[in-house]
Every structure is written in C-alpha cells, then in structure tokens.
Design a protein around this ligand. Structure first.
Ligand SMILES: C[S@@+](CC[C@H](N)C(=O)[O-])C[C@H]1O[C@@H](n2cnc3c(N)ncnc32)[C@H](O)[C@@H]1O
Length: 204
C-alpha cells in the first residue's frame, strides 16, 4: 500500500467528516454526489480506526467483511492492517456515489486486498460463500441484528464481530445488543467507550 497516499487521503477525509458533521456536506460534495440533502461520510472515529487496526494486526483474521463502506475510510485502515499478514477485506456499500469514491481511494493507495460489492447488504450477504473471520458492522444501525443473523452461517468458532455506534444510537442498536447477549452464541462481549461506542465479541 502506498503509505503517503494513505496518509493524505485519510487525513483529508478526517477533516471533511468533521466539517460535514458540523455544518452539513458542502455544495461541492452535493454536486459531486448528485444529492440535494445532507448525507455525510459518517466515518468511524480516529481512535476506533487505530484500535481496529491493532486488533486486526494481533488477531490476523484472514477474511474481513465490512458492512457499510461509505467512502472507504475504515476500509483503508483495515486493509492496511490486513496487508501486513496477507489478509483481505470485502466491503459492501449500496450508494453508487459513495462506492465510486471509495474505489478511487482504494486504487490511489494501491490496495490489492480490497473487494467492494456495490449492493444492499441483505442480498449481498446471501451470496458470500467464504467464511468470515472478522465482521465489522457499520451500516443501518437498526438492521445490525438482521445483518448478523444473515452472516452467522459464515462465522467460524473464534470469529470476531465488531460494531460501531453502540453508544450514540442506543435505541437503534438495542435489538442487536440484546441478540448478541441473549443468543448464547457470543462470548467476551464488551462495549468500548471510544468515539461512537464499539462492541467487540467473539463467536463461541
Ligand atoms: C456509517 S457509514 C459507514 C462508514 C464507514 N464504515 C467508515 O467508517 O468510513 C454507513 C454506510 O452504510 C451504507 N448502508 C446503509 N444501509 C445499507 C444497506 N442496507 N446495504 C448497503 N449499504 C448500506 C450507507 O450508504 C453508508 O454509506
């Protein structure tokens, strides 16, 4: 991966995300994306990016699946970490304008271990045939429990699940949180008070 391009792109996205959260997306971006409403990147925070990189480097999941790419900020961090041991990442995004921008960044940093599926998660997950060693949930918060149940047949014993926005959208993630705790299928369940709140657990 091209380190210099990685630094440039992730720093620029951090600046834009902060500005868009404050004042809404710029007119330039509305034009670029062809939207007339506030959309935003809604990226993971920098601390979460560093934490998940470290988790990936130490646990070395071979196949990572990300639900919700946006423009690829979290994907870039995970791809960089996974590259160090030969891991790969499949990321899913339904909005064509975000997928296009993410693809441009993956190309710019020369990430050879990223595949992006432009589709609805619910349909894309059904078509995945390979096992998932780390599942990162960061799409529609109120659907996390649906995504997890769809992905479950692909999770091996010991696979890791990580979910963002556990503390800033508690109502939306409530069904997911309850399912992870009550299903009896997960252990080591923790919610980290970092950025938007991150759940981490392991499939039994
Ligand atoms: C919070 S953002 C992802 C941020 C990204 N993971 C990051 O940290 O840089 C959520 C993304 O999920 C996408 N999304 C929401 N529901 C989806 C669905 N059902 N299928 C595919 N993508 C979806 C949205 O379009 C949005 O870009």
């Amino acid at each position: 991966m091209n380190e210099q391009r990685f630094q440039e792109i992730t720093s620029r996205l951090e600046r834009l995300d902060a500005a868009f959260r404050e004042t809404g997306i710029s007119d330039e971006y509305k034009k670029k994306w062809g939207v007339d409403h506030n959309v935003g990147f809604w990226m993971i925070g920098r601390k979460t990016a560093e934490w998940i990189s470290q988790l990936i480097r130490t646990q070395q999941p071979a196949h990572i699946v990300e639900l919700g790419t946006s423009v690829g900020y979290s994907t870039l961090w995970m791809a960089k970490a996974a590259e160090s041991y030969g891991g790969n990442i499949l990321t899913i995004e339904k909005e064509p304008y975000k997928a296009k921008e993410a693809r441009e960044y993956f190309e710019a940093v020369e990430a050879a271990n990223v595949e992006l599926i432009e589709a609805e998660i619910e349909s894309a997950l059904v078509g995945i045939a390979r096992p998932i060693d780390l599942l990162f949930l960061d799409a529609n918060k109120s659907q996390y429990h649906v995504y997890l149940k769809l992905a479950e047949p692909l999770l091996r014993s010991g696979s890791i699940i990580v979910a963002d926005n556990m503390l800033d959208y508690p109502d939306k993630v409530a069904k997911f949180d309850a399912y992870v705790r009550a299903s009896g299928k997960y252990e080591g369940i923790e919610i980290l008070d970092m950025d938007h709140g991150v759940l981490v657990a392991r499939r039994k």
